[in-house]
Design a protein around this ligand. Structure first.
Ligand code: ZN
Length: 497
C-alpha cells in the first residue's frame, strides 16, 4: 500500500496557505528573467504545486485537456505528459515514476513541490536553482553562484539573506564594518550578476547594495541608513543562504553607545603596502637598484614609527621579498579592517630629468588618462597567474567599485595632500602634487587610500637619495607626520566619554 502522499482526506480541504508571505513559487528561466508566479498550496505542512499552471506558463505548446485531467507540453524540447491520478510522467518515450499519483484539485493538477522540483532537476534542468525559503526557482541559473539578496526587517534589526546556488564555507566569507555606515561582505569563489543584484531601498535599515565582481571574489557593499550595534553571519544549512544579522543598538546605554561608536572611528589600524616584490622588481635604477627593495625598506621604517610613536596596529601586505597580486593587497587591507591604506612606490620616466614626488588617489572613472597614468604600476598583472581578474573589470564595474569607496574620496584626497605637504617640508624635493589615476591596487579598498611615488628611480639625483638609508628614513618620517596629522584631525571630533 502506497501512502506516500495519498492521504486519507478529501482534496477539498486544500486551503491556499500564505507560505513565506507568498502562496506562489516564482519561476525564472534565467537569473535576469523577471519570472512568473505559479500557485502553491499547503496541506499538512507540505507545499504542493499546480503542475498544470507550471506547464501552461513554462512549457512550450501546452495543451490542457481539463475534462480528462491531462496536460501535455514541452520542457527543454522533451515532450511531457502529466495525467491526474497517474504516478507516471512520460518524457518522450521514457517513463518517470513518481512516489505517488498526481492529484486533481478543482481545475488544477497538483503534486508535492519537492517531488516536482526533484523531477525537473533529474530529468529536465540539471542546473536548476531552488530556494525553499524564498520560493524561488531558476531553471537555468548560469554560472552565477550568488542568485539574489533578500532583506527582512524586524523590530530589533534586519536580516540579509544572500541566496547562493552552492554551499560556501565560512572561511570563504569576510564581513566587516567600514566607516560612514558601510558594511562589506566578500565571498571568495563566488560570482554574481552585478546589475541584477544592485539594489536601492527608500526606507529601512539599508540604503543601497553595491555588488562588485573582483575576479574570484564577489564583494557586496551595503550602505546602511541606521546605525547597527553589531552583526554576525551564518550559513543556513537548509537553503545554503549566507545570512547576515544586523542588530539595532537598542540595549546599550548612551555612554556605551558612544564609546563603542568612538572606537569604530579611531584610526587605529593602518595597512602599509610596499609596492611590487618577488618576481616583480618594479622600476629599475641605473645601478641595478630595484623599486621593490626601496619600497619595502621605507614601509618597514614607517611601520616601526607608527607602532612605536602612535601605538598603531600596523598591517603589512608584505614584509619580505614576495610576490603578492594587486587585488590581494586590497583584500588584506579590508580583512584587517584597516582605517588607512598606503601603497608606496618609486616612479620612473623615460625623460630622466623628471624628478620629485607625487601622490595618487583613485580616479572615479576609468578614463584614458587615468589608465595611462596607472599603466606602469598596473603592468605587474602580466606577472600574475590570474590575469583574467583584471580583464573582467569593465568600465562599469570600475565605476561601481570606485563608487563604493567614494565616501573615502575626500579623506583620501586630504591624506594625499598632507603626504605631499610633508615631503616638501622635510625632503625639500619637488612636489608634483596630488593626482587621480586608475590604480588597481587601490580599487576596492574600503578605507581612505593613497598610492605615493616617493621619487624617480630614473632620475640621477632622486636615485642617489633613494639609495641612502638616511633619506629613506626621512621619507618614512614625512609619511609618519602626514598620517599623524590626518589621525589627529579625524580623531579630534570623536566624542570621548
Ligand atoms: Zn611601483
Amino acid at each position: 500500500m502506497k501512502l506516500f502522499w495519498r492521504y486519507s482526506f478529501s482534496l477539498f480541504f486544500f486551503i491556499p496557505v500564505f507560505l513565506y508571505g507568498s502562496p506562489f513559487l516564482t519561476v525564472k528561466q534565467t537569473t535576469m528573467d523577471p519570472g512568473v508566479n505559479i500557485p502553491v498550496y499547503e496541506i499538512y505542512g507540505y507545499p504542493w504545486i499546480s503542475v498544470s499552471d507550471f506547464m501552461m506558463e513554462i512549457g512550450e505548446d501546452p495543451f490542457y485537456d481539463t475534462s480528462h485531467g491531462v496536460i501535455t507540453g514541452k520542457l527543454e524540447s522533451y515532450m511531457i505528459t502529466i495525467r491526474g491520478g497517474s504516478a507516471f510522467i512520460p518524457i518522450d518515450v521514457y517513463m518517470y515514476h513518481l512516489p505517488g499519483p498526481v492529484e486533481r484539485y478543482k481545475n488544477d493538477l497538483v503534486m508535492p513541490l519537492s517531488e516536482w522540483i526533484r523531477f525537473l532537476h533529474t530529468e529536465v534542468f540539471p542546473n536548476l536553482y531552488f530556494n525553499s525559503q524564498s520560493n524561488l526557482l531558476i531553471l537555468d541559473p548560469g554560472a552565477y553562484s550568488i542568485q539574489d539578496i533578500k532583506l527582512q526587517n524586524y523590530k530589533n534589526g534586519s536580516t540579509l539573506r544572500i541566496e547562493t546556488s552552492r554551499l560556501f564555507k565560512e572561511e570563504d566569507i569576510n564581513i566587516w564594518e567600514g566607516r560612514n555606515g558601510w558594511l562589506y561582505c566578500t565571498i571568495y569563489g563566488a560570482t554574481g550578476d552585478t546589475l541584477q543584484l544592485s539594489k536601492s531601498y527608500s526606507s529601512g535599515i539599508l540604503r543601497h547594495i553595491i555588488p562588485i565582481q573582483m575576479g574570484e571574489t564577489f564583494q557586496l557593499s551595503f550602505q546602511l541608513r541606521n546605525l547597527i550595534s553589531d552583526y554576525d553571519f551564518y550559513i543556513d544549512p537548509d537553503t545554503r543562504d549566507i545570512v547576515i544579522n544586523l542588530r539595532k543598538p537598542t540595549t546599550l546605554s548612551a555612554d556605551e553607545k558612544i564609546s563603542k561608536e568612538s572606537e569604530k572611528w579611531l584610526i587605529n589600524t593602518i595597512v602599509l603596502d610596499a609596492g611590487h616584490g618577488g618576481r616583480d622588481p618594479g622600476a629599475r635604477g641605473a645601478n641595478g637598484v630595484k623599486e621593490k627593495d626601496i619600497t619595502l625598506d621605507i614601509v618597514l621604517r614607517l611601520g616601526r614609527l607608527l607602532e612605536r610613536d602612535l601605538g598603531m596596529n600596523v598591517v603589512y601586505t608584505r614584509k619580505t621579498d614576495v610576490f603578492i597580486p594587486l587585488h590581494q593587497r586590497t583584500q588584506i587591507a579590508n580583512n584587517a579592517n584597516g582605517k588607512i591604506f598606503i601603497s608606496v612606490h618609486c616612479n620612473s620616466h623615460e625623460n630622466r630629468r623628471i624628478n620629485g614626488s607625487e601622490t595618487f588617489i583613485l580616479a572615479p572613472r576609468l578614463t584614458e588618462e587615468a589608465i595611462k597614468i596607472a599603466e606602469r604600476e598596473n603592468q605587474v598583472i602580466r606577472l600574475e597567474e590570474n590575469q583574467k581578474i583584471y580583464e573582467q573589470i569593465t568600465n562599469e564595474q570600475y565605476i561601481l567599485a570606485s563608487m563604493a569607496q567614494s565616501t573615502f574620496m575626500k579623506e583620501s584626497e586630504e591624506l594625499a595632500a598632507l603626504v605631499e605637504k610633508n615631503y616638501t617640508k622635510k625632503l625639500k624635493t619637488t612636489s608634483r602634487g596630488v593626482k587621480q589615476a586608475g590604480f588597481y591596487v587601490l580599487l576596492g579598498a574600503s578605507m581612505p587610500n593613497i598610492l605615493t611615488e616617493v621619487g624617480f628611480i630614473s632620475n640621477k639625483s632622486d636615485l642617489e637619495k633613494l639609495n641612502r638609508a638616511s633619506y629613506r628614513q626621512q621619507i618614512a618620517e614625512s609619511l609618519f607626520l602626514a598620517i599623524k596629522e590626518f589621525k589627529d584631525k579625524y580623531e579630534k571630533d570623536i566624542p570621548i566619554n
